[in-house]
Design a binder for this molecule. Structure first.
Ligand code: LLP
Length: 421
C-alpha cells in the first residue's frame, strides 16, 4: 500500500495532510513515512528470515537519526562510511555489533573511533588501509575483524556515476590480488579475517549482475577456505533498485532477490550481510515544494518551484527521473500542460524535469516530488546560501520535525572575518 496517497482530494502522508505540513513547517520540506520505512525493512528482512542474515541499512541513503532510530527499533544494523555516520548510527541506538564500516578512504581517526566502539567488521578496500588498521588495532590492544571488499569486475547500476564493481572503479581489492591480500591479513596480529564483501552498484534493476557477483565471490570463498581462512560472512552490499515511476523496467521484488540469493548461497554456510539503502528509504520520502511562478517561455512552460538542485541533486547529477504530482487533486476534467519543472538557482542544471505532462498549476500550488527519501536530504547543500530544508517524520496521524531549517544567522555563525578585514 502507498503511504503517500489521496484522501479528501489531496495527498496525505499516512494520516497527515501534506498541505498542513507545508502550512506549519513551510516549504520546501522533506516528508518521510514511518509506516513505509517499516514496511520496506520488514519486506527485506522477511526475504531472509529463514537464514542467518544481518540487514545493515546503508546510512548514506538517509542518515537522519530519527530514520535510523526507526530502523534500529526493528533490529536493523548499519553500514557506515565515515566517523560521522558511525556516531549517527550509535546515537540512534544501533548496536555496534550490527555496524559494518565501508569506504575506500577510511582515515586513521575514523578507524580508531570504530575500533574503540567495537563495531562488527571493517570492509577493507586496500593493503595500505589494512596496514593502517593493523597498526591502530595493535596500539589499542585490539583485533580488528575484517572482510576485504573485492572488486569482481562486474558492470551494474542505474547510472555510470553509481556503478562501483568494475575494474576501472576505485573500489575494492583488485580481483587478481584478493587471495594474496587475505594471506597478508591472516599474518597480522591486529587483524582477524572473518568474511568477504562486495558491492557492485546502485539502482540495479536486474538480478543478473547480482548472480554473477555471488557466483564469482562464492568460488573465491571456497578457495579462501581451502587456503585455511575462516570465512564466516558474505556481505553482498546494497544496490537493489526501486521503482521511480518512469517507464523503465521494474526492479526485482525483494522476495525474488531473496530467493535468488538464498538459492545461490545456501550451501556456502555463511552469514549473509546486506547493505540496502535506497530500497529502504527511497520511496519512504517525498520532497514537498511550492510553485513560486508559472512562467511562459518562448517555446515552453516553466514551473519555477521553491526547491532546487541543492535540496535534491539527483536529477542534475544523474539525470534521475522523479515522479511528480500536485498535492491537490485536479478536477475531473482538465488538459495536462507540458512543463519544465525548475528551481530558482542560476544554473541550467537546476532542472527537476523537462517536458513533463502535469495538471495545470499556478503560483502557490504545492507539488510533490516522489521517491526522494534516499539520497535527497543526505546529498543536500546550502549552495546559493539556501538553508538546508527541514525534514519531517510522519507516524500515523502525528508528525514531527526531525531536522530544523537553519536560519541565515545559523549559517553565518560558522564563518569568520580574518583579522585583516
Ligand atoms: N553499500 C555500499 C558500500 C555503498 O557504496 C552503497 C551505495 C550502498 C551499500 C547502498 O546502495 P543502495 O542500496 O542504496 O543502492 N547518490 C546516488 C547513489 C549512490 C550510491 C552509493 N553507494 C543516487 O542518488 O542514486
Amino acid at each position: 500500500m502507498r503511504h503517500f496517497d489521496f484522501k479528501n482530494g489531496e495527498i496525505y502522508a499516512e494520516g497527515v495532510s501534506l498541505r498542513r505540513i507545508a502550512e506549519d513547517v513551510g516549504t520546501p520540506v522533506y516528508v518521510y513515512s514511518t509506516a513505509t520505512l517499516e514496511r520496506h525493512y520488514n519486506v527485506f528482512t522477511a526475504a531472509f528470515s529463514d537464514v542467518p542474515a544481518l540487514v545493515a541499512y546503508s546510512v548514506k541513503a538517509n542518515s537522519n537519526i530519527a530514520v535510523l532510530a526507526t530502523l534500529a527499533k526493528l533490529g536493523c544494523g548499519a553500514d557506515v562510511v565515515s566517523g560521522g555516520e558511525l556516531v549517527r548510527a550509535l546515537t540512534a541506538g544501533i548496536p555496534a555489533s550490527k555496524i559494518v564500516f565501508s569506504g575506500v578512504g577510511k582515515t586513521r581517526s575514523e578507524m580508531e573511533l570504530a575500533l574503540k566502539s567495537d563495531i562488527r567488521v571493517f570492509n577493507v578496500e586496500s593493503l595500505p588501509e589494512l596496514a593502517a588498521l593493523n597498526e591502530i588495532a595493535l596500539s589499542l590492544g585490539k583485533r580488528a575483524s575484517i572482510a576485504f571488499r573485492v572488486n569482481p569486475d562486474i558492470s551494474a547500476g542505474g547510472h555510470d556515476k553509481i556503478s562501483t564493481g568494475k575494474a576501472e572503479n576505485k573500489f575494492g581489492i583488485a580481483w587478481d590480488q584478493a587471495e594474496e591480500a587475505y594471506a597478508i591479513a591472516a599474518a597480522m596480529e591486529g587483524i582477524n579475517v572473518v568474511g568477504v564483501d562486495v558491492h557492485i552498484g546502485s539502482q540495479i534493476d536486474d538480478l543478473t549482475p547480482f548472480k554473477a557477483a555471488i557466483h564469482k565471490v562464492g568460488a573465491l570463498i571456497e578457495r579462501l577456505r581451502a587456503a585455511g581462512h575462516n570465512i564466516q560472512s558474505f556481505d553482498i552490499g546494497g544496490g537493489l533498485g526501486i521503482p521511480y515511476g518512469d517507464n523503465r523496467k521494474a526492479p526485482p521484488l525483494p522476495s525474488d532477490y531473496g530467493t535468488m540469493v538464498k538459492d545461490m548461497t545456501r550451501h556456502m554456510d555463511v552469514e549473509m550481510i546486506f547493505e540496502p539503502g535506497r530500497m529502504i528509504a527511497g520511496n519512504a520520502g517525498i520532497l514537498l515544494s511550492e510553485v513560486i511562478y508559472a512562467k511562459q517561455g518562448s517555446d515552453r512552460n516553466f514551473l519555477i518551484i521553491d526547491a532546487a538542485m541543492n535540496d535534491l541533486i539527483r536529477p542534475a547529477l544523474y539525470d534521475a527521473y522523479h515522479d511528480m504530482e500536485p498535492v491537490k487533486a485536479p478536477g475531473a476534467k482538465y488538459d495536462e500542460i507540458i512543463y519544465d519543472v525548475v528551481g530558482p538557482i542560476c544554473e541550467t542544471g537546476d532542472t527537476f524535469t523537462k517536458q513533463r505532462a502535469l495538471p495545470p498549476m499556478e503560483a502557490g500550488d504545492l507539488l510533490v516530488i516522489h521517491s526522494a527519501g534516499a539520497y535527497g536530504a543526505a546529498q543536500s547543500s546550502q549552495y546559493n546560501t539556501r538553508p538546508l530544508i527541514p525534514e519531517v517524520l510522519v507516524n500515523g496521524y502525528n508528525y514531527q520535525v526531525i531536522r530544523e531549517r537553519p536560519s541565515i544567522e545559523d549559517i553565518l555563525k560558522t564563518e569568520r572575518l580574518p583579522d585583516w578585514l
